[in-house]
Design a protein around this ligand. Structure first.
Ligand SMILES: [Zn+2]
Length: 111
């Protein structure tokens, strides 16, 4: 087998713990915006809402990435990890180093 399964698992685990760390840090930022006009001016309230929207978008991406990690781990378990799901070719390790959850080779991903 061309794929180093232990290396792949380690990469996925590193990304997962990074995502989990970030998630706990930003939980506070995603909290509902305080709408009390007296405590926050209109501009800073808009800033806060914008910041909250960004934090929520980041959190959605994070949740999506966690799903991709689980899917990659399933592919590892089924010996399908590292093969393009479109064409079946091996995904080069250089690509997997950058995106360990990659499902497709560069050619198919950009097609
Ligand atoms: Zn492909």
């Amino acid at each position: 087998m061309a794929i180093d399964v232990e290396k792949a698992k380690a990469r996925l685990a590193a990304i997962r713990s990074e995502l989990e760390n970030l998630s706990s840090v930003s939980a506070e930022m995603r909290a509902p915006v305080e709408l009390d006009q007296n405590s926050v001016g209109r501009l800073s309230r808009m800033d806060a809402m914008q910041q909250q929207a960004m934090a929520q978008a980041t959190e959605r991406k994070r949740a999506h990435d966690l799903v991709r990690i689980e899917m990659a781990e399933r592919r590892i378990a089924e010996d399908e990890y590292g093969y393009c799901e479109e064409c079946g070719d091996e995904i080069p390790d250089g690509r997997l180093a950058i995106d360990p959850m990659a499902e497709r080779c560069v050619g198919c991903a950009s097609a």
